[in-house]
Design a protein around this ligand. Structure first.
Ligand code: SER
Length: 639
């Protein structure tokens, strides 16, 4: 059964314009590498811009969440997924959305209402946002039409579900904005309460007791696997202002639901990889390996990684992320190599990416016709990458064994340089090395892994800076070319951003930047012309920071971690995804734009940067002017 089609037909019949999925590589957004939700491309319209297709929109959006790569292998995590979405842009609101969702789930998908559970926002007096009794009562009424008495209760981890079917949770669970809970939202960010929908796979006490949540009562948001969230209706009606939350000029609905999860519920199938959506892909791997998925527990993990990674890589290449050493392309490379390694464990020794990528294309081409147009290119990129890695795989595994013996299991000897050399010589991306260690029963703590990852990344980045040649991909952060002078300007931009915040105040936000080999331009929010003293102070601080010769390095982390470390920069739509955070100075110390402090700046950014600030040269502001109301522009050169 094709639930994607059912959903789109259902909303088309309710006067929604069905729009195409946006690319997995966001356009005009240097702050995030991938599209990770259906609403990401819709943000301007939720804020009030006119959508060319009208005020009722629906689609199925391709999504990729790089932060989930390591989770893949269990019964429900994938990096790529499709998010079904419908939006009311200032049109219908709670009554219609809730009634339609109920109709869709119970009639179109045919879910048993007795297996459905819902959560709503509990309200927060301090924020002056009321409890969403309207949604709770709407759901309750729909249950009563099916002769189900649905009790509404406040969730409490002390007493569990209390026989309830509709639960109020705090803003930790039932509030949605791109930056999470209200406290984390920047001024100007839209958000609102949401009501989430869950499917009950049935109680399995053993599963719960084996889970990390064993100590708690099981409830709808417990992660033991009993309940799966199948959709989220966000009532996007507020915007954060300096005086608290205010109503947006229009009340919006933003629904997002994972197609894979809705399919799991429809098939009452707890393993996402056993659903119809993966059938062709599963069969092609079974044919190649001569093994049957699900037959032997020891092979299940490898099967799942291959299925997820090959599907994701097919869509990524189609949208332009061809395997490479940087940016999005590096994710594609990691996915393919890990899939090849796992395929190898399943006994697939020869080229398999052609057969598997063609199976993905055939399964998805009706919904995403771009796959057909690019089919030959996708297959050829896959084959090239697979061959490149296979050429060194066997040898790499042998050398790995030997070197592990030599370092005598002392992981401290696996320095950043060691890890990088191994990648250079044998093409093993970092997480593959970690996986090889784990499969040899090395016990690695999260801290150890994250330190090794940072060390690897630093050496990797340094190497890229040294050996940069020509443009392979376009750079993020307003960089037009790859020349070393542009990279020096780019790092100077970070110093300038941090310094302006210090000298003019925390209200300064980057509004844009543009770099050519001759100069840099930096736009930022600020209401007045800068005085000549301020300009001189900014120059002097930056030149002192350059002279101190801070090291520049980066780490990958989640958006929440970046926020906790007070990284500046554009948080934008990044969620569910890891970001790169560049630090000028000590990666552990708090950043302060003061050349006597251990750390001068910390900023979310795709790179690249110089490895040491002294490489920048002398910094000089040549112009400061207005661009538009509240936005100033600095032009600067390095000499
Ligand atoms: N914005 C919500 C989500 O991503 C619904 O689309 O879950």
């Amino acid at each position: 059964m094709d639930y994607r089609k059912k959903y789109l037909d259902f909303f088309a019949a309710k006067q929604h314009a069905i729009v195409a999925s946006a690319s997995l590589i966001p356009e005009n957004d240097p702050t995030t590498l991938f599209t990770g939700s259906g609403m990401q491309p819709m943000v301007p319209y939720l804020l009030g811009a006119r959508h060319p297709a009208g005020i009722r929109i629906a689609n199925s959006q391709k999504c990729f969440r790089s932060g989930d790569i390591e989770e893949v292998g269990d019964n429900r995590h994938t990096t790529f997924f499709e998010m079904l979405g419908n939006w009311s842009l200032g049109d219908y609101f709670k009554t219609e959305q809730i009634a339609w969702m109920w109709e869709f789930l119970t009639r179109e998908v045919n879910l048993d209402p007795a297996r459905l559970y819902f959560t709503c926002f509990r309200g927060n007096e301090e924020l002056e946002i009321p409890r969403d009794t309207e949604s709770a009562e709407l759901w309750q009424k729909l249950f009563s039409e099916k002769n189900i008495v649905a009790k509404i209760v406040d969730f409490s981890d002390q007493i569990g579900m209390q026989g309830g079917r509709i639960f109020y949770y705090s803003e930790k669970k039932n509030w949605w904005s791109r930056s999470g809970v209200p406290a984390n939202m920047p001024i100007g960010e839209p958000g609102g309460p949401d009501t989430e929908m869950f499917y009950d796979f049935g109680e399995d006490l053993e599963l719960h007791e084996k889970s990390d949540w064993a100590a708690e009562h099981c409830h709808v948001n417990c992660d033991c696997g009993r309940f799966v969230e199948i959709g989220n209706n966000v009532f996007m009606q507020y915007v954060k202002t300096e005086h608290g939350f205010e109503q947006l000029p229009q009340k919006n609905v933003d629904f997002g639901g994972g197609l894979e999860r809705i399919t799991m519920a429809a098939e009452n199938q707890q393993d996402i990889f056993s659903t119809e959506l993966f059938r062709e892909l599963r069969q092609s791997i079974e044919t190649l390996s001569g093994k049957t998925y699900g037959e032997r527990a020891a092979e299940t993990y490898a099967f799942r990684v291959v299925m997820d990674h090959m599907r994701a890589a097919t869509f990524l290449i189609c949208d332009g992320a061809i395997p490479s050493n940087k940016d999005q392309g590096y994710f594609t490379r990691r996915l393919i190599r890990r899939a090849v390694r796992m395929g190898h464990k399943l006994g697939i020794e020869n080229n398999f990416s052609e057969a598997v990528s063609r199976a993905v294309i055939s399964a998805y081409v009706a919904a995403y016709p771009e796959l057909k147009i690019k089919e030959e290119q996708i297959v050829s990129d896959f084959v090239k990458e697979e061959n490149k890695f296979r050429a060194t795989l066997e040898k790499g595994l042998k050398v790995f064994e030997k070197q592990i013996d030599e370092i005598n299991s002392d992981l401290n000897k696996m320095t950043g340089q060691w890890l990088f050399d191994f990648y250079q010589n044998f093409g093993f991306p970092f997480e593959l090395i970690i996986e090889e260690l784990k499969s040899r029963n090395f016990k690695l703590s999260d801290d150890q892994i994250s330190k090794m990852s940072g060390d690897f990344s630093s050496v990797f980045e340094e190497h890229k800076n040294l050996s940069r040649v020509g443009a392979e991909n376009k750079f993020k952060g307003g960089l037009g070319d790859h020349s070393d002078i542009s990279v020096r300007y780019h790092t100077a931009t970070h110093l300038l951003h941090a310094t302006l915040k210090k000298v003019l105040g925390e209200h300064v936000e980057q509004k844009g930047s543009n770099i050519t080999p001759e100069r840099m331009r930096f736009d930022f929010s600020h209401n007045e012309k800068m005085t000549s003293e301020q300009i001189a102070e900014v120059e002097q601080l930056i030149n002192a920071a350059i002279a101190r010769d801070y090291p520049v390095s980066f780490e990958e982390m989640t958006v929440d971690e970046a926020r906790a470390k007070k990284a500046i920069g554009l948080f934008g739509d990044k969620y569910g995804e890891k970001v790169k955070v560049y630090t000028v100075g000590d990666r552990e110390a708090p950043a302060e734009a003061d050349p006597t402090a251990p750390t001068y700046s910390r900023e979310i950014c795709g790179g690249p940067h110089v490895t040491h600030t002294a490489l920048i040269g002398a910094f000089k502001i040549i112009k400061e002017e207005a661009v538009s109301a509240g936005v100033r522009r600095i032009k600067a050169v390095i000499e």
